[in-house]
Design a binder for this molecule. Structure first.
Ligand SMILES: [Zn+2]
Length: 253
């Protein structure tokens, strides 16, 4: 039995062509420094109302339109008369993906007068609607940060599978990349994205695939240094490898 298990372990890291599956790391320390810099800039305004004639959200276009990333809680937000704190690190993560993978991103940039992941009737959702009908992305990823005491590294909000039902292979691919990069404790639908008027529900109602990524904030705290910066680098590497590998149809892979 022991021999069989050992052989299985050996074969699991060797693919059917007999080649080793190990890949060279691609995220560099200077890219993590860039993320820390972006977060410093971003967090300056994350709890202040926008100046006159400025919007409370920003759209950064990209040339790689297969994925649209949103960070709907990148800044503090008004919900039922109370101000909720931002999901720290999600705004800079979106900007970083725009910079290094040229994907379009829609982020809140000042305090949101209307929580875009709770209400539909706001400018953020109007803008999102126009962007997706123009770009027709294969997948929308809505970034969120979860409390560090949560047991999971990442929770996938999929409306109990519905929001990814047309592109289940993308969920499989994302799971694989996260696991290969050390994010092994994954959860499904702890926050299902189906209760409130979420970004995921809004986009799914328009016929697009969407996933709400609830990332444990231990992976969004690169400025804490050492192990936290490494965890962030692992998350970033998983996300860019996943994005690089996206095809409209898995048969074309
Ligand atoms: Zn959130």
């Amino acid at each position: 039995m022991k021999v069989v298990l050992t052989l299985m372990a050996v074969f699991s890291i060797i693919n059917c062509n007999g080649q080793n599956n190990l890949e060279k790391a691609i995220v560099t320390p200077s890219q993590i420094d860039t993320l820390i810099f972006l977060e410093k800039q971003f967090s300056k305004n994350d709890s202040t109302p926008p100046p006159q004639n400025e919007k409370w959200y920003r759209f950064l276009p990209g040339k790689n339109n297969k994925v649209l990333v949103t960070a709907a809680h990148a800044t503090s937000q008004m919900r039922e008369g109370a101000i909720k704190r931002p999901d720290g690190g999600t705004g800079s993560l979106a900007l970083w993906l725009n910079k290094y993978r040229n994907i379009p991103v829609l982020v809140t940039s000042y305090m949101s007068p209307s929580d875009p992941n709770y209400y539909d009737d706001n400018e953020f959702k109007d803008s999102l609607s126009k962007i997706i009908s123009e770009l027709k992305p294969i997948l929308i990823i809505d970034l969120h940060g979860s409390h560090p005491f949560r047991p999971y590294d990442v929770d996938f909000g999929t409306m109990k599978g519905r929001s990814m039902s047309k592109r289940k292979y993308l969920l499989d691919s994302l799971t694989l990349e996260l696991r290969q990069n050390g994010l092994t404790n994954l959860s499904l639908d702890y926050f299902s994205a189906s209760t409130n008027q979420t970004i995921t529900k809004f986009v799914w109602n328009k016929g697009y695939s969407c996933i709400q990524l609830e990332i444990n904030s231990n992976y969004l705290s690169a400025d804490e240094g050492n192990i936290y910066a490494q965890k962030t680098a692992q998350l970033l590497q998983a996300l860019i490898r996943f994005i690089d590998d996206i095809h409209p149809n898995p048969r074309h892979k």
